[in-house]
Design a protein around this ligand. Structure first.
Ligand code: SF4
Length: 202
């Protein structure tokens, strides 16, 4: 009986590509509730990490040093590279949104951020339960689960917080170029803008 528990199929069930495709389809259906309209399987080799990304966090973002999910609390670029090297596959989650509150720090902006955040965490959880035990989400923008982050005091929702894509020094635009996906940067708050999150799989 003990030998059965350690059968290869039980330990690595996701090596079966047809099962993996079915699970990704399940995830696509759940994603629709969260304004995530495209899910692209990528290899972690496609994900570009660059030191300059944290310059944008440190100089130009008012969340720097104020949030558990942003630098300097999050991994350095070297640590992010080392962590990514422990994964081979990831899912890139893409959404589009109109949000003329983008540069404001108000309730409307926060509601939109929280919805996106919850979507990534919900998909990560689904993937975990379907066998991707290493699944880990990197979300879009800083954590907005609380009106004001308690950092550096104790986090209010530690089970739900996840680092942002940018906080891992991920150059998302280079990553899109690497996979051949076109993108357009919104030039005005009235324009629809794209957002991206990632789930590291296995
Ligand atoms: S859950 Fe609240 S306290 Fe924790 S990182 Fe997010 S905003 Fe900060």
């Amino acid at each position: 009986m003990q030998a059965n528990l350690h059968r290869k199929d039980n330990i690595y069930p996701l090596e079966k590509p047809e099962r993996e495709d079915a699970i990704i389809e399940e995830v696509r259906k759940i994603a629709q509730k969260y304004h995530i309209d495209e899910i692209i399987p990528v290899t972690t080799g496609d994900i570009s990490v660059a030191k300059w990304v944290q310059l944008k966090c440190k100089y130009g973002c008012n969340k720097y040093g104020t949030n558990w999910c942003c630098p300097p609390e999050t991994p350095t670029s070297d640590q992010a590279k080392a962590l990514l090297s422990e994964y081979k596959k990831a899912l890139l989650l893409c959404g589009r949104m109109e949000n003329n509150q983008f540069y404001r720090d108000n309730q409307k902006k926060r509601r939109i951020q929280v919805n996106m955040w919850k979507g990534t965490v919900a998909l990560e959880r689904h993937l975990f339960l379907r066998g991707y035990y290493k699944a880990f989400g990197l979300v879009s923008e800083s954590c907005a689960l609380c009106r004001r982050c308690t950092y550096p005091d104790e986090c209010v929702f530690p089970a739900d917080r996840r680092p942002s894509v940018e906080s891992w020094s991920i150059d998302i635009f280079q990553t899109l170029k690497n996979i051949g996906k076109p993108f357009k940067i919104a030039r005005d708050v009235a324009e629809e803008y794209p957002y991206y999150s990632l789930i590291l799989l296995e």
